[in-house]
Ligand binder design. Structure first.
Ligand SMILES: Nc1ncnc2c1ncn2[C@@H]1O[C@H](COP(=O)(O)OP(=O)(O)OP(=O)(O)O)[C@@H](O)[C@H]1O
Ligand SMILES: [Mg+2]
Length: 158
């Protein structure tokens, strides 16, 4: 049976989303795959900037839409991919993101472009815009044994 745990956070304003990214980013390790799901402007890149802070990356984290994946050197490297422009899973498969990022943390925006070719074990974050301005709900689902330790520590944040 696949180990699965879920926890819901709420943020108000971009700063809170960034600091949640920083907080969770401290739990991320080499080989982790983090999938960020949610509409345009939901806060996926803002969250990734927080991960970048946690990993003490030197370069600026922004939307990698034009390069599909950018690499930021840090405590461990941050691989930041944005699949928005891709239309089918074969294109995603051809990018071979997982093999390329094995030495670092892989963060993917718009994973639904190729969810079937991405690892079944992953940390999935679902960003939702709420009725109240600047509020977001961020549901974190941790799937797989590999992330068991992280899931335990995450629960103590809840
Ligand atoms: N609670 C919040 N968390 C994150 N961003 C917020 C929040 N409230 C307002 N915002 C605004 O929403 C926008 C989020 O932009 P961001 O680039 O992070 O979205 P995204 O999910 O990466 O979008 P895209 O799919 O286009 O890449 C920013 O302009 C930010 O200021
Ligand atoms: Mg983005």
């Amino acid at each position: 049976m696949t180990l699965e745990r879920q926890i819901i956070f709420k943020t108000k304003g971009v700063k809170q989303t960034r600091s949640l990214g920083r907080k969770l980013g401290k739990l991320f390790q080499k080989g982790y795959v983090i999938l960020l799901n949610g509409d345009l402007g939901a806060g996926k890149t803002a969250f990734t900037q927080g991960i970048g802070e946690a990993l003490k990356v030197e370069s600026q984290v922004n939307s990698p839409t034009f390069v599909l994946m950018s690499v930021h050197e840090g405590i461990i490297p941050l691989y930041h991919a944005d699949l928005y422009r891709l239309t089918n899973a074969t294109d995603v498969e051809d990018l071979d993101l997982v093999a390329q990022s094995s030495e670092g943390v892989l963060v993917i925006e718009w994973p639904e472009r190729g969810i079937e070719v991405l690892p079944k074990d992953h940390v999935f974050l679902d960003f939702k815009t709420l009725e109240i301005e600047d509020e977001r709900s961020i549901t974190v689902t941790v799937v797989g044994e590999k992330y068991g330790e992280m899931a335990k520590r995450l629960e103590s944040y809840g």
